[in-house]
Design a protein around this ligand. Structure first.
Ligand code: URA
Length: 220
């Protein structure tokens, strides 16, 4: 069952009255632990109890990310949905199944790549992430990227792309361009859920994935 923000704040206030400010110190420990991380696994363990924003109080699972820690390509979605929240893995619902098929078409599997989201906890009713949530969660993405050090980031969908690139451009203006994020090449394509909703997007999405294959996979 979800909790509204009033309930969450009442709960925190109760905790503070009972235990003093310890809970706030705990929160600080999470952000401090972002520094000096050695591996994705130890990083995950250091942040998976995060309560920096309200999403931490309504999530079922923290959805860190999965895949190859040495991947050349990192796919970044927006935020976990219902199924991802329940299972604790990104892109495990219908959109994820379609993503697996597209990856297979360019000879990739989940073991070859890394997949995560900008936001690690499910926003209630799958609403768009709030700017404050992005500000608090994005450093986790940046640390993941610095540990993986991929050749390419693929932003899946307008929300992920616009959040990362700090733009309000429509997705069609962001495709077919190479951006830089944290010094790494970044391209934008459709979110697989958009392809399920509108099959007309499948052709341009396939062109994006062919470009990814030709430019970043057939090089070695
Ligand atoms: N949509 C996303 O953006 N991310 C997921 O993990 C699942 C659906």
């Amino acid at each position: 069952m979800g909790h509204n923000s009033e309930q969450v704040f009442r709960y925190l206030d109760q905790k503070r009255i009972l235990y003093g400010n310890k809970i706030f110190l705990d929160t600080q420990t999470v952000s401090e632990s972002v520094q000096n991380v050695e591996s994705l696994e130890s990083f995950k363990n250091s942040i998976c109890e995060c309560l920096k924003c309200e999403l931490g109080y309504t999530r079922t699972n923290f959805v860190f990310g999965v895949g190859n820690p040495n991947a050349d390509i990192v796919f970044v979605g927006e935020a976990p949905g219902e199924k991802e929240d329940l299972i604790g893995e990104p892109f495990v619902g219908r959109a994820g199944k379609l993503l697996d098929k597209i990856l297979a078409a360019i000879n990739l599997s989940r073991e070859d790549i890394y997949i995560c989201n900008v936001i690690k906890c499910r926003p209630p009713q799958n609403r768009d992430p709030l700017p404050k949530e992005v500000d608090l969660c994005e450093p986790y993405l940046k640390t993941q990227l610095s540990l993986i050090n991929p050749k390419l980031i693929v932003a899946l969908g307008r929300i992920a792309a616009c959040t990362i690139l700090r733009t309000k451009e429509p997705l069609k203006n962001l495709r077919n361009k190479i951006f830089k994020y944290e010094g790494i090449d970044l391209v934008v394509t459709y979110h697989p859920a958009a392809l399920l909703r509108n099959p007309n997007f499948k052709k341009p999405a396939w062109e994006d994935f062919q470009m990814i294959r030709d430019k970043y996979l057939l090089q070695d």
